[in-house]
Design a protein. Structure first.
Length: 349
């Protein structure tokens, strides 16, 4: 047989051992080199098409609000008000109340560890002043120094909250969190002591957590596209927000050890997640994509004895073998070069 520009080849393996499988009862040799007469029973065929191939990985995921954190009361007194589970609390709003005094939320990353009052300096002072400014109070400079102007702003803030106007802020007076929070669980009870566990909280944005096998770690990176199928069959689009750097081991139901890394997928349109707070979901990660390529069914590939692959191209009543270079494999198809778009190839059964 000849391929392309007269290069002689032999087809081996599976359905295409040319010396044996191509017998007189199957394919008779025609009058020109590289051509064989078609089988009496028409074979299955496919068209070489220009398409987009997408390599994907399907994994299990869990929809939720991410990691939880604890709110621990540090003041004295009795719990007199608690939020409902699922409530969202933003800057300046009460997280809970003790002795009828609100304990408001401030945004930040530095826990309040000391009393802030006139003359105190540090990053925690700047954090307090940044919050006061965002809440609409002014007359002071946002810096690292608690001045008399800062005290005046604190007193005005306390007055608006209905709190005693002390002009100072103690650790038990506020809750500091890095942004809006959602109440996951209420730990305290009305009438209980304000010192101790009060709430379990999360962030306010739903996300999908995937325990990805470390063997598939190379398939994902920040920004990788993904789709999430909800329990009702609805599919929403997402993006890999982070890929864990620490591998963990766990034992599955069959007693086998799995080593995984945590992958977080953010969803583009939170509203499409409907009313689900937590739910098991199916995640399809798009690990690679090739656009505008020629492709044929994988089953159309034939192994060549000298190495590489070829396809059997139909030309009217005859066929010939053409060597091809392969690229991405995806969705039962393979990217090929060396054959023309629109050509008809045989797909062995």
């Amino acid at each position: 047989m000849t391929v392309g520009k007269g290069r002689a080849i032999a087809v081996t393996g599976g359905v295409a051992v040319l010396a044996a499988a191509v017998s007189a009862t199957a394919i008779g040799v025609g009058g020109r080199s590289g051509t064989a007469v078609a089988e009496r029973t028409p074979p299955a065929t496919a068209t070489v098409e220009r398409t987009t191939l997408t390599e994907t990985k399907q994994v299990d995921g869990t929809l939720g609000y991410g990691d939880t954190a604890a709110v621990t009361g540090r003041g004295q007194g009795t719990i007199t008000w608690l939020p409902d589970p699922g409530a969202t609390i933003t800057r300046g709003r009460a997280v809970y109340s003790a002795d009828a005094d609100r304990v408001p939320l401030l945004y930040g990353t530095l826990p309040l560890y000391r009393v802030l009052t006139t003359g105190v300096e540090g990053r925690d002072v700047r954090q307090l002043e940044q919050n006061l400014a965002r809440l609409g109070y002014d007359g002071f400079t946002v810096d690292d120094t608690f001045t008399s102007a800062t005290r005046a702003a604190v007193e005005a803030w306390q007055d608006d909250l209905g709190l005693p106007e002390t002009g100072r802020v103690a650790p038990g007076d506020v809750v500091v969190h890095d942004g809006p929070l959602r109440v996951a669980e209420v730990k305290a009870a009305l009438g209980g002591q304000a010192a101790g566990p009060v709430l379990t909280i999360t962030g306010t944005t739903r996300e999908v957590t995937v325990a990805l096998d470390v063997a598939d770690r190379h398939m994902v990176k920040k920004g990788t596209k993904a789709s999430v199928e909800l329990p009702d069959g609805t599919t929403v689009q997402g993006t890999v927000a982070s890929v864990g750097k620490v591998a963990t081991q766990a034992t599955d139901a069959q007693g086998e050890t799995e080593t995984t890394v945590e992958v977080i997928v953010s969803v583009r349109d939170d509203a499409k997640l409907r009313s689900y707070d937590t739910a098991p979901v199916d995640v399809t990660i798009v690990s690679a994509k090739r656009e505008n390529v020629l492709a044929v069914p994988v089953a159309a590939l034939l192994a060549l004895s000298e190495g590489g692959y070829g396809v059997q191209v139909e030309e009217g009543p005859a066929t010939r073998y053409v060597a091809v270079e392969t690229g991405m494999f995806a969705d039962g198809k393979v990217e090929v070069t060396g054959v023309d778009e629109g050509a008809t190839v045989v797909v062995p059964k």
